[in-house]
Design a protein around this ligand. Sequence first.
Ligand code: NAP
Length: 352
Amino acid sequence: MAGGSSPAFRPGDPLGIRRVLGRAGLLPQQADAVDPSLPIAEDELLVEVESLNIDSASFKQISDSCSGDVKKIEEAILGLVARRGKQHNPVTGSGGMFIGRVAQVGPKFPVQQKPVKVGDRIASLVSLSLTPLSIRKIVKIHPEIDRVDIEGHAILFASGIFAKLPTDLPDTVALAVLDVAGAPAQTRKLVHPGQTVVVVGGGGKSGVLCLYEAKRKPGVRTVAVDYSQEGIQRLQSLPFVDHVIQADARNAVEVMEKVRAATGGHLAEVVINVANIPETEMSCVLSCRSGGIVYFFSMATSFTRAALGAEGVGADVDLRIGNGYTEGHAELALGLLRESPELRKLFTETYC
Ligand code: NAP
């Protein structure tokens, strides 16, 4: 009900600060817990959630801690969300995003800037680590693609961003792409013609999008590093990947030597880290040329390990934190799937 007929709206709060529980002065992302209860505030959006796309590093951590037992994963997610009021993994610090149907639009939600109406199907583009969430029931967990189908509601603040789900792509494909949309969008900014680009963890969702995006620039040479045989085979089938390296990204020296061999000693101007496990920072630093850029999109990245590690080996490289948001990132990422038959086939086969 756009405009809202209920008189019981909370006061407006564009950053969601009033929903923070515990210590005052924190933003919802910093807070240990938030209050996902109803009614919404006059400038909030209420969404009936269909699926969560849990951040890959987070899902892997939860799954590993439950020995891959789906029942235990379900209990862990329910317990976490009940305690924190958001899907915010305390170990990885990361969240993910959701898709769902808009159930209510607060009368002061900024619909001029963010057009939306009740019934629209949307994907959130802000992290679940700050999004008030209440799960009534877990319908199904899809461990192989980090997706959890639920019944429940989420609340977006006036400052939040979202994308209307496209009609030309399956929802689950759009969900997978939008989750990592920041990575190819940043790649477009970072990579220049003629450069060599290494993508560590290249066989995953964000990896293949980054590799494709990098290769769109003239003369770019793409190198992908991945671990599993499955990931390697996937990468070898993609025409926009020039070199595929099978290595454990936690083994920095092995990765550097293989990248050096693949690039004739050149190494890379841009290294992108999209591995979903910890301790992969130094393979990226060592694969980067002096003066180059290492872009850490992975949520398993340690600032300390990257910064002190680079200093420790005297690597004069530019270390960048992977901002999940870049203006226009959702359309850019979805556009890559529309452009590339190989990407579309891969995402459809994997996520449908
Ligand atoms: P994904 O699809 O699970 O891909 C991760 C890749 O890392 C897989 O191909 C995996 O290969 C590879 N990998 C795992 N262990 C490895 C190892 N030891 N050596 C080499 N490669 C290894 O993940 P994603 O969804 O693309 O996400 C990638 C990262 O981005 C995650 O850390 C996620 O948390 C992060 N992320 C960041 C943001 C942001 O806003 N900055 C947003 C979303 C996601 P295997 O096949 O071998 O397992």
